[in-house]
Write a protein that binds this ligand. Structure first.
Ligand code: PLP
Length: 424
């Protein structure tokens, strides 16, 4: 029943039942954790064959010895393999170390301090630098901006991606806005896939904002589908070519959630000019990335079909965990007016919006009975969710049993907080 349609008596009866249920849960001494957006142990084990796969043969296809220095932008066959995940030509890809986040930080740091188009263009020359941050979004993107002194402007996320009417308006009005964060496929945390129209409008931003503006297009979940028929992502590069804005987009990806998290391969793609400038900058920081790991990944996957088959194994492990949370939300909260969520078809998260003003309280109630949830506000710049409503659920890491138990405890906390609020 919808909470707004419940009589005073019904609310009181429901409150009593929930308090009893909550006390029972407290007795169980639960120790559950749905905070960690990282692959489970069974998932990382899918890639154990990486270990030792080279069998002493360290030669890349062109004869390069992967054990030695060089190859600043990566082995050609690794570039070929990973360019496919972002839908770009290998010539427009650069392979870095183990973390795409490091590459994102490096690009922003480069744009601030050195300048994307020479020293005159360094954002740091200006009094203010601002970034658009679709919310809810990825906390580590926001942390990069905060750390580097970039002011963040929240922009609402829709089911089609960032609200592009607002984005275009802001970008046209304020030259201090130098970029926007995007997780275009299975967005962290809403799980939405940006629509074709949104992708085209993002590609066009460079022509509105000028050539010193960048779209930080973090395609972290490019191939991370739960369902084989999950919505595809439109090709941003094609739109950039059409609108002559290739310099305005940096794409990122990594195998952190494909092979080993933190011991995979990370890469970025952009225009040939951007790559040349960034590569020159990178050359001061490193003599070259870990090509042995790149070669291991190439031998492990061989081609795009190898990656797709591997991702299907991840999906088989993740699907029941997502389903457990979504089924519980659906059976316990649908039609109650106590929360809203999307059913993602890929990625790592489920984004839950409680009634305004309740996220902190729900998270506190859960913590008090041994259920750890991501801190309220984590999905907003400066940790500030003005509606105090968004909660990010990450079902990948715990066992299926624990995910189920957490989901059940979670809905009790949501209902208890909602009924108490209604009765106040
Ligand atoms: N980008 C997004 C959207 C993520 O959710 C994550 C990890 O959760 C990362 C990047 C981290 O990627 P990497 O391990 O390649 O630094």
């Amino acid at each position: 029943m919808h909470v707004e349609q419940m009589s005073g008596e019904q609310l009181q009866a429901e409150l009593q039942a929930l308090e009893t249920r909550y006390a029972e849960l407290a007795e169980l001494n639960l120790k559950l954790d749905l905070t960690r957006g990282k692959p489970g142990t069974e998932q990382v084990s899918l890639s154990d064959a990486l270990d030792g796969i080279l069998g002493g043969d360290y030669r890349a296809a062109d004869g390069t010895d992967a054990r030695n220095y060089g190859g600043l932008d990566g082995l050609p066959e690794a570039k070929q393999l990973f360019a496919g995940t972002l839908g770009v030509p290998a010539a427009e890809l650069l392979i870095g170390g183990n973390s795409s986040l490091t590459l994102m930080y490096a690009v922003i740091d480069f744009a601030l301090g050195t300048g994307l188009r020479g020293p005159e263009s360094a954002w740091g020359n200006e009094d203010e630098v601002k970034f658009l941050c679709p919310v809810p979004g990825y906390d580590r993107h926001f942390a990069i901006c905060e750390h580097l002194g970039i002011e963040m402007i929240p922009v609402p996320m829709l089911s089609t991606g960032p609200d592009m009417d607002i984005v275009e308006e802001l970008v046209a009005a304020d030259p201090a806005i130098k970029g926007i964060w995007c997780v275009p496929r299975f967005s962290n945390p809403t799980g939405c896939v940006y629509s074709r129209a949104t992708v085209e409008r993002l590609a066009r931003l460079g022509s509105i904002a000028g050539d010193n503006f960048i779209v930080m297009y973090d395609n972290a979940y490019a191939v991370h589908t739960l369902d084989a028929d999950a919505e595809a992502l439109a090709d941003i590069r094609e739109f950039c070519i059409r609108h002559n804005t290739q310099d305005s987009v940096f794409q990122f990806g990594s195998t952190s959630k494909i092979t080993f998290a933190g011991a995979g391969v990370a890469y970025l793609a952009s225009s040939p000019d951007n790559l040349a400038a960034f590569k020159k900058h990178l050359g001061f920081q490193t003599i070259g990335p870990d090509k042995v790991n790149q070669l291991r990944h190439v031998r492990f996957f061989r081609d795009a079909a190898g990656i797709a088959a591997h991702m299907e194994k991840h999906a088989a492990l993740l699907r029941p965990r997502f389903q457990a949370v979504l089924d519980t939300l659906e059976s316990e909260l649908a039609g109650t007016g106590m929360g809203e969520w999307l059913s993602p078809r890929g990625g790592y998260f489920i984004s839950f919006n409680s009634r305004p003003g309740l996220a902190r309280e729900i998270i506190r109630l859960a913590a008090d009975i041994g259920v750890a949830l991501t801190p309220a506000g984590a999905t907003f710049p400066y940790g500030d969710d003005p509606a105090d409503s968004n909660i990010r659920l990450a079902p990948s890491y715990p066992s299926l049993e624990d995910v189920q138990a957490t989901a059940e405890a979670f809905v009790v906390c949501v209902k208890l907080a909602s009924i108490r609020q209604k009765l106040q």
